[in-house]
Design a protein around this ligand. Structure first.
Ligand code: BJ8
Length: 422
């Protein structure tokens, strides 16, 4: 693997602290991922990406910047990548998934904030994540209160654009979101110096729909019993989709889906047929948060679906490709993005409908509803989630946790008991 220290130094990173982070990841990845049996061969691509996660893609981004392209760092599924791609910009996800970044975040944020926000801010101010150093502009959104306040802090030393998200889904809210996308388009055009023409927006829409379809194909394979891929591996593919080049992401996911479809035809699985099938619902799991999947899959069950932003919400619903004028295209984007059912909306009954549908499609035996500690939105919704599942006779377990491993053994006991009774 190439030595990246010079690149990290030029990015102004804290090399010593970053070396500490880099020294723990291979061990964790080895224990959690490489110890799995009978993995699809296609996972070699994602293993390679993780083995140099702060090297390969950052180097590509820096190269693209040298060619005059701009990199936009985003934190939420509602930000329409299509606009950035149409302006020849590059999107990179910035949500932090490691406990390593949390203490730095806690220097400027209350402890009683979810780990995702604390880790994201900590990665920036601790100077230990190259993606945060590379991004030319951050794009936030007014989803939860914690994120809104975090954007004020992050925006102090990086150009920041915040999209004002509606909190309801009435027709006038969709109109409003279309207006926000239009404003965003103007910001991106000015920042990149590139006009977003209808032709370019159409091409970007087609490309990102292609990525959605490819990821969906992999998920469709997870409906089979035996499951041809572990939940951990599927999660890894999703987590890296937020960083990768969209065309490469689609190509690699399609190649993986080809392999999985063959596995299904041959009756090959990562666990025997009849292994208990778990759906994980709730807050997103940013890389390298593999905690829940690892606990479930080392307790005798297999995770077959994730109802969250690092799962089905990322790829469900295509954007309508038929409009040919900018206004029509932007409305198509607004309509698609407003189909996401995040707990920041009220009411959010669509999320329950999604969950019940996914339970059926993926033939799940039980749902684990995971809440990142201090996310009051998803925590509050968990009552409705559990009640709806109870109504249809699907057992569920509610877990509140964070990125720290201090509760892992206690969780293992609870998860083991839950799987046992399925
Ligand atoms: S669309 S889930 S990516 S907002 S877990 S930071 S909500 S306190 S991440 Fe999210 Fe967009 Fe919604 Fe998805 Fe706040 Fe909750 Fe933390 Fe969250």
């Amino acid at each position: 693997m190439a030595d990246r220290h010079e690149m990290w130094k030029e990015l102004g990173m804290d090399l010593e602290a970053h070396d500490t982070l880099c020294s723990v990841l291979p061990q964790a990845f080895g224990d959690i991922y490489l110890s799995q049996k009978n993995r699809p061969e296609g996972m070699a691509f994602w293993d390679m990406v993780v083995s140099d996660i702060h090297g390969i893609r950052p180097a590509e981004l820096i190269e693209a910047q040298k060619q005059g392209r701009k990199v936009f760092g985003t934190f939420c599924l509602y930000v329409p990548d299509e606009i950035i791609v149409a302006a020849d910009g590059i999107v990179t996800g910035l949500c932090g998934g490691s406990q390593f970044w949390v203490p730095a975040g806690e220097q400027v944020l209350p402890k009683s904030m979810c780990s995702l926000i604390k880790a994201s801010v900590g990665a920036r101010i601790g100077r230990t994540c190259p993606f945060f150093r590379i991004a030319d502009m951050y794009v936030g959104e007014t989803t939860c209160d914690g994120k809104k306040k975090a954007y004020e802090i992050l925006g102090r030393d990086v150009p920041m654009h915040v999209m004002d998200m509606p909190q309801m889904k009435r027709p006038k809210d969709i109109e409003k979101w279309a207006g926000e996308i239009k404003d965003f388009k103007a910001v991106v055009e000015e920042f990149t110096g590139n006009e977003v023409t209808p032709e370019k927006l159409h091409a970007a829409t087609v490309l990102l729909n292609k990525r959605r379809k490819a990821l969906e194909r992999v998920f469709a394979c997870r409906k089979a019993d035996p499951a041809p891929i572990s939940g951990k591996d599927a999660l890894l593919m999703m987590q890296i989709a937020f960083f990768d080049d969209p065309q490469r992401c689609a190509d690699m996911a399609n190649a993986l889906a080809d392999e999985l479809e063959k596995r299904i035809a041959d009756g090959v699985g990562v666990a025997p047929a009849g292994t208990k099938r778990i759906l994980l619902a709730g807050t997103p799991m940013a890389i390298p948060n593999w905690k829940m999947h690892h606990l479930v899959e080392t307790s005798g069950a297999v995770v077959v679906c994730e109802e969250c932003c690092t799962g089905t919400r990322y790829f469900e619903h295509q954007v309508d490709e038929t409009p040919t004028d900018t206004d029509g295209q932007i409305m198509a984007l607004a309509q698609r993005y407003m189909k996401n059912n995040c707990a920041c909306f009220t009411p959010n009954t669509g999320r329950i409908d999604d969950l019940l549908r996914l339970c059926k499609e993926y033939k799940v035996d039980g749902v684990i509803d995971v809440n990142l500690k201090f996310c009051t939105l998803y925590d509050t919704e968990s009552r409705d989630v559990q009640a709806a599942l109870k109504d249809v006779g699907i057992p569920s377990l509610h877990i509140e946790t964070d990125y720290d491993d201090h509760d892992a053994e206690q969780l293992r006991t609870r998860i083991g008991a839950f799987i046992e009774m399925l």
